[in-house]
Write a protein that binds this ligand. Structure first.
Ligand SMILES: *[C@@H]1O[C@H](CO)[C@@H](O)[C@H](O)[C@H]1NC(C)=O
Length: 354
């Protein structure tokens, strides 16, 4: 016991000492523009003070207005940028105003160990990933080069085993925490429920990682859905963006919306893509959105006083899966499928009979 304690004490003392005697980073420091031969200079010297945590190298090529190379300058030195640069390149205009029409192409790469900046950036490495730090999607953070995943996690409370979900709201919902950022390793996309003792209170934790810029602005392990509704006035004038050209799928408003759905309503017996297939005087309409519950995937005739109309629901769980529309064009579709299938069988048979 005491030896464990002793080693813990030693460990913390060492840690403490390391922090106090903050090391001064050593980097290769040279500038082609000042003294030539920087590309070959590989001896490192200490940086000015301990605030410099990175070594960096840049290669700038100057081109004239016709795109002919004028010169290339390599510089190496110390830096204290907030993130490591993975051989990133940019175009710029030279500061010298007499170089009218000239442009510069600069590639920069940094690293975090002593004397590591012996390379000459070529601009061939992949650029960094940018991840959202909040749900707005507007605030993105440049990930360190060793972090190739954006992540999101959310914890929320709600009530389990509800008899009905009204207004698409889950009873007792409370958001506990949400977190977004960059990370080095992938997380399994999942949600898990923990039922609390003594009541139907449940805590749900969801997580997900993704690999494109800003991909972590939605709710983890939940689909992005098309969200719109038919507008009677546009339907009346012969168009309906929600039916025909819905906007791109977007994140749902709540982390418990596990489904994308649509409810399509139109003329009984022939709910096709035709806007004129109205509901006996009522306009054709579709609603697309997010749902906390599974509303099924089926069509049904609804009797409403003296009119009968068809209602088709769809429930699905992939991003943007609630596209398309309902309709009793299905029997026709299956006939086509049957026809194609038999044609394929025929083709296969004739192919193999020779
Ligand atoms: C479609 O979903 C709504 C909302 O849950 C439900 O009221 C309706 O009965 C469903 N219609 C069909 C055809 O399943």
């Amino acid at each position: 016991m005491s030896s464990v304690l002793a080693s813990v004490v030693v460990f913390f003392t060492v840690l403490h000492l390391t922090q106090v005697t903050a090391t001064i980073r050593s980097c290769v420091q040279c500038d082609d523009a000042v003294s030539s031969g920087c590309p070959a200079t590989l001896t490192s010297t200490p940086c000015p003070d301990s605030s410099y945590d990175q070594c960096t190298a840049s290669r700038t090529t100057l081109y004239d207005a016709n795109g002919a190379m004028v010169r290339t300058v390599v510089t190496r030195g110390c830096s204290r940028s907030s993130s490591v640069r993975n051989d990133e390149c940019t175009y710029s205009t030279p500061a010298d105003a007499t170089l009218n029409g000239y442009f510069e192409y600069t590639c920069t790469r940094s690293c975090t160990t002593n004397g590591c900046n012996t390379f000459t950036p070529q601009g061939t490495a992949p650029g960094p990933l940018y991840c959202c730090i909040d749900r707005s999607g507007n605030n993105r953070y440049r990930c360190p080069i060793d972090q190739g995943f954006c992540y999101s996690t959310v914890v929320y409370r709600s009530s389990a085993s509800q008899t009905g979900v009204t207004h698409n709201e889950v009873q007792g919902y409370e958001l506990v925490s949400e977190e977004r950022g960059c990370r080095a390793t992938a997380l399994t996309s999942q949600c898990s429920d923990t039922q609390l003792d003594g009541s139907n209170a449940v805590v749900t934790t969801c997580q997900e990682t993704c690999q494109t810029h800003g991909c972590n602005d939605g709710w983890p392990h939940r689909p992005r859905c098309l969200q719109c509704g038919s507008i009677p006035s546009t339907v009346a004038s012969g168009s309906d963006p929600c039916l025909y050209n819905p906007e791109e799928a977007s994140a749902c408003s709540r982390p418990y919306h596990q489904y994308c759905v649509y409810i399509d309503q139109g003329r009984s017996g022939r709910l096709t893509s035709n806007l004129a297939d109205n509901r006996g005087g009522y306009s054709r309409s579709i609603v697309r959105g997010c749902s906390a519950t599974d509303i099924g995937t089926q069509c049904r005739d609804i009797q409403n006083v003296d009119t009968t109309f068809q209602q088709c629901n769809k429930t699905c769980t992939a991003d943007g899966c609630n596209h398309g529309m309902g309709g009793s064009s299905r029997p026709a579709t299956s006939l086509v499928v049957l026809f194609v299938t038999s044609l394929l069988t025929y083709v296969t048979q004739s192919t193999f009979s020779y």
